[in-house]
Write a protein that binds this ligand. Structure first.
Ligand SMILES: NC(=O)c1ccc[n+]([C@@H]2O[C@H](COP(=O)([O-])OP(=O)(O)OC[C@H]3O[C@@H](n4cnc5c(N)ncnc54)[C@H](OP(=O)(O)O)[C@@H]3O)[C@@H](O)[C@H]2O)c1
Length: 248
């Protein structure tokens, strides 16, 4: 097993990619802690993952909630071996319609949330700890309507290099997994109409060289690799899981 007895914190672990990662990490021997904010999804995740898993209601836009969660995790498990900073959300809007609030909200969750998760977990991580961050294909391409989301992910890509450099002397590795279009509830929360979503979906399928959306589990497999000792000499990198979208 690739994560035997490891304590793994997965933010945004109640849905989509994070939930698949939680299941996979658990199958590989990890004690998982998942976070989210939606009570129904937290409850479903708790049932799915069973008693050995911890599910925590943490709005990552509020660093004080993160502080409390880290205390609870450390009181229960004593340490955190793996951090998968994965939570994210976005509102689609053309440049001229973007509001200051939308920019603040998206950076508060996607960038600040991941930043403070890492900052607050690191004091409890042993040498050989591993951090994985979910970035996005959007940090490599320009996509109309997603300028703010793309910018948050580009900032995260940068953070992976800076945190990787800073934490390497402590033996903690930091890497990113960069999903292409993945079939999760994410797209339904962008604020697009059914018609816009359907058109975007068709366009994406045509553009992806492998001609399909990816599965959440396919991203989780990459996160597992980066979190495990199989990637012991890999830090600062981004593993792209996008059906070739940004590569050809
Ligand atoms: N799906 C894609 O095509 C795609 C492509 C590239 C990158 N990504 C990235 O992959 C990551 C996971 O997305 P997904 O596709 O799995 O989407 P998802 O199914 O919508 O999952 C998002 C997760 O983030 C959590 N979350 C949302 N707002 C939060 C908040 N304020 N505080 C704490 N947690 C919050 C959600 O929990 P609650 O709902 O309970 O709050 C949920 O667990 C995101 O960072 C996303 O940007 C996705």
């Amino acid at each position: 097993m690739k994560l035997n007895d490891k304590v793994a914190l997965i933010t945004g672990g109640t849905s989509g990619i994070g939930l698949e990662a939680a299941k996979l990490f658990q199958q590989e021997g990890a004690k998982v802690i998942v976070t989210g904010t939606h009570l129904g999804r937290l409850e479903e995740a708790a049932q799915l993952l069973g008693d050995s898993a911890m599910t925590l209601n943490v709005d990552l836009r509020d660093p004080a909630q993160l502080d409390r969660a880290i205390v609870e995790i450390v009181e229960t498990h004593g340490r955190i071996d793996v951090v998968y900073a994965n939570a994210g959300a976005a509102t689609a809007a053309p440049l001229e319609a973007v509001t200051p609030e939308q920019i603040s909200e998206q950076f508060a969750l996607n960038f600040n949330g991941a930043f403070f998760t890492i900052q607050k977990a690191v004091p409890h991580m042993p040498k050989s700890g591993a951090i994985v961050v979910t970035t996005s294909f959007l940090n490599e391409t320009g996509t109309p309507g997603l300028s703010v989301l793309a910018a948050t992910k580009a900032a995260l890509r940068s953070l992976v290099r800076s945190a990787g450099a800073e934490l390497a002397p402590r033996g903690i590795r930091v890497n990113a997994v960069s999903p292409g279009p993945i079939a999760t509830p994410f797209h339904g929360k962008l604020g697009l109409s059914e018609k816009e979503l359907a058109a975007a979906g068709e366009g994406i399928q045509a553009a992806v060289p492998l001609k399909r959306f990816g599965e959440a589990r396919e991203v989780a497999q990459a996160a597992l690799f980066l979190a495990s000792d199989d990637a012991a000499f890999i830090t600062g990198t981004e593993m792209v899981v996008d059906g070739g979208l940004t590569q050809f």
